[in-house]
Design a protein around this ligand. Sequence first.
Ligand code: XIL
Length: 312
Amino acid sequence: GTPLRDLAAAKGVYMGTALMQNELTGTSGSIAAAQFDSVTPGNEMKWESVEPTRGTYNWGPADQIVAFAQAHDMQVRGHNLVWHSQLPNWLTSGSFSNGDLHAIMIKHVTDEVTHFKGEVVHWDVVNEPFNEDGTFRSDLWYNQLGSSYIADALTAAHAADPGAKLYINDYNIEGQNAKSNAMYNLVKSLKAQGVPIDGVGFQAHFILGQVPSDFKANLQRFADLGVDVAVTELDVRMQLPSDATKLQQQAADYTTVMNDCLGVSRCKGVTVWGFTDATSWVPSTFPGQGAATPYDENYQPKPAYTAIQTAL
Ligand code: XIL
């Protein structure tokens, strides 16, 4: 069949995958390059990866992924700049004044975006800022800097690479609920203040059979604010072991997500959070669950793969 990336391009969207440094060669590298035209580094651009020691940058693994993407004519989605998780110890265990923490954040955003200037098409600038009830997550950023850290991070990223598309990314905002309402209000207010915000990323870490029925309508309401939208970390997890019935339901779920994005003109693309069950984050994060991606552990396409292909 026609590779997903070619079908996506013909529809004016991208089809992406998360990829880790150890997946660039062999079967995984071949499939990634053949099927996908956007790459999100799974971990290699996170703060703990790029600055494990204060002031000492380790760009190597991320640079390798960027070089792989360039060699195969793929876009890079940078992930991520400001998040509560996967922070280096020096940052989480240090105690910094609010002013110092603000300067640390701005320097990190500026240095990382500058390093990848012209190489990253979309940046997840702020990741997971909200709690489920729509209040701001009480992480070090919000607790010490207040909600203005979001506008400040976006402004710094824009200054460092005016050409990059800047996103806020979160999970459980796919349907209309308290959390997505909070994101909606945040984006509306950022736009009103002239803060550089280009898009909202919907992670889309779904449970089998539980894609919200209002996903498309929710994407559209964000688009109507004047921002792009994207599905940034799609997977559909199930209780293991998988069976034919579950894999068919999973295919239906992937079809729904693809059609929801394709039905919204400002939806720029879909990224799966790993294309193979062999390396998916799901089994280690959700014990007993897995089989969440379009390829099985032996790198064979599943019904979900065919579903994506057919939707495109
Ligand atoms: C995950 C990675 O896939 C894992 O390898 C890592 O151990 C933890 O983080 N939301 C995000 C991603 O925004 O960065 C997370 O990635 C998955 C959930």
